[in-house]
Write a protein that binds this ligand. Structure first.
Ligand code: HEC
Length: 121
């Protein structure tokens, strides 16, 4: 007949086998919950967006004759930047500027500018 100690030890071994998997599931759930919040945009986008602020302001309300994009969606901004980069859309400045970013960085910048205005309406 197994002693109490043996039963406890067996339970520990069985549990420790399932623990890492369940911890992983909890962590994945937490990450997904964080991502789903609109406020949780990749902070790298904000850092990259500093290079745009001289002409477009920190939120897309541009200076002087430079066109603004305050209030535009992330999808609109990403498409515009990619079109400038490829040359599909004519530009004087933006084509050269957009060529300096990878598509992933353009996505992060678009996510930042495309949601920043929702936080300081
Ligand atoms: C030196 C000034 C300058 C900088 C810096 C600059 N832009 Fe521009 N931007 C312009 C000008 C000028 C235009 C009009 C198109 C053209 O002639 O290049 C424009 C147009 C745009 C448009 C199109 C707006 C619309 O309504 O469709 C977007 C989007 C944009 N810029 C985003 C950015 C982002 C994002 C950055 C930073 C990665 C940036 N720009 C950096 C000057 C600038």
């Amino acid at each position: 007949m197994p002693s109490k100690m043996q039963i406890i030890l067996t339970a520990c071994v069985v549990l420790s086998g399932t623990l890492p998997a369940s911890m992983e599931a909890v962590a994945a759930g937490t990450r997904a919950a964080k991502r789903s919040k609109a406020a949780d945009v990749d902070p790298r986008g904000q850092v990259l967006a500093f290079s745009c602020a001289g002409c477009h302001g920190t939120d897309g309300k541009s200076v002087g004759i430079i066109p603004g994009f305050y209030g535009k969606s992330p999808e609109y901004l990403e498409a515009a930047l990619k079109d400038f980069k490829s040359g599909a859309r004519f530009s004087s400045i933006m084509g050269r500027h957009a060529k300096g970013y990878s598509d992933e960085e353009i996505h992060q910048i678009a996510e930042y500018f495309g949601t920043v205005w929702t936080k300081n309406k």
